[in-house]
Ligand binder design. Sequence first.
Ligand SMILES: [Zn+2]
Ligand SMILES: [Zn+2]
Length: 291
Amino acid sequence: MLTDYHLHLRPDDVGTAEEHFTEENVAEYLAAAESAGIGELGASEHVYRFRQALEYWSNPFWRTQARDDLDAYCEFVRTTPLKLGLEADFVPGAEDRLAALLDARSFDYVLGSVHFLGEAGAVDDTRYDVWERISDPDELWRTYFEWIAQAARSGLFDILAHPDLVKLWGDARPLPERDPGTYYEPAVEAIADTGIAVEVSTAGLRKHVEEIYPSRAFAEMCVEAGASFALSSDAHAPGQVGFGYDRAIEFLEGLGVERICVFEGRERRLEPLGPASERRGEATGSSGEAA
Ligand SMILES: [Zn+2]
Ligand SMILES: [Zn+2]
């Protein structure tokens, strides 16, 4: 079994819901998944593209993005074979409001992300660059992973998305002086305590850092803590579905991970991690395509 649960049907900053939440667009994602041997696919649009997101956090970036209707998205995805997911930002202090937004809809899974460290700015967007406010890399990494720990402990999410996103600039930004393991520790402890799935995301391979999220060291700590993993590409276009999966599979196998998470109705089970070719063989004998 291979999954790709972190998919955006729309690229960042361009186009409209009407242009991208279409049967034709989904067909392209499905075709790409099939040729990559990926059996489980789900949409996880950014929460901040929906007007309802402003009910739990309103910042200048979100106000430029929050145009679409979350319920229309959910209804559309339910007309497709895709699982229904959402990528929701963790915002400390807004837990109850986000819980209300999530509980009112029947998602298959919710990805928890930390892009913004509140008003300090974003770790992945130069337009709202957190580095302008937190220039000390040790302070930034410590703060980021504390937020990741809080996100895990909030109980709001099924999967911790791109869990070391703070590294995405690679050597283009100063690296912490202390061993990053020091900063991973509270996050891994929270992962172990809550059982939240850890996303292995190939998106980092497309960024300056050119590395899978999370780092090998972080992932090893997660394995030691008994964590489960979810596999995704964070594609923003059909051509990115299953991007870099050869490396992701090698990465997981190298860690001794034999099973990955599959979600339905916010329940999860573990399925054997299968390379693309095996999965293709399995698919022909299976009637398990989603309705
Ligand atoms: Zn993200
Ligand atoms: Zn994403």
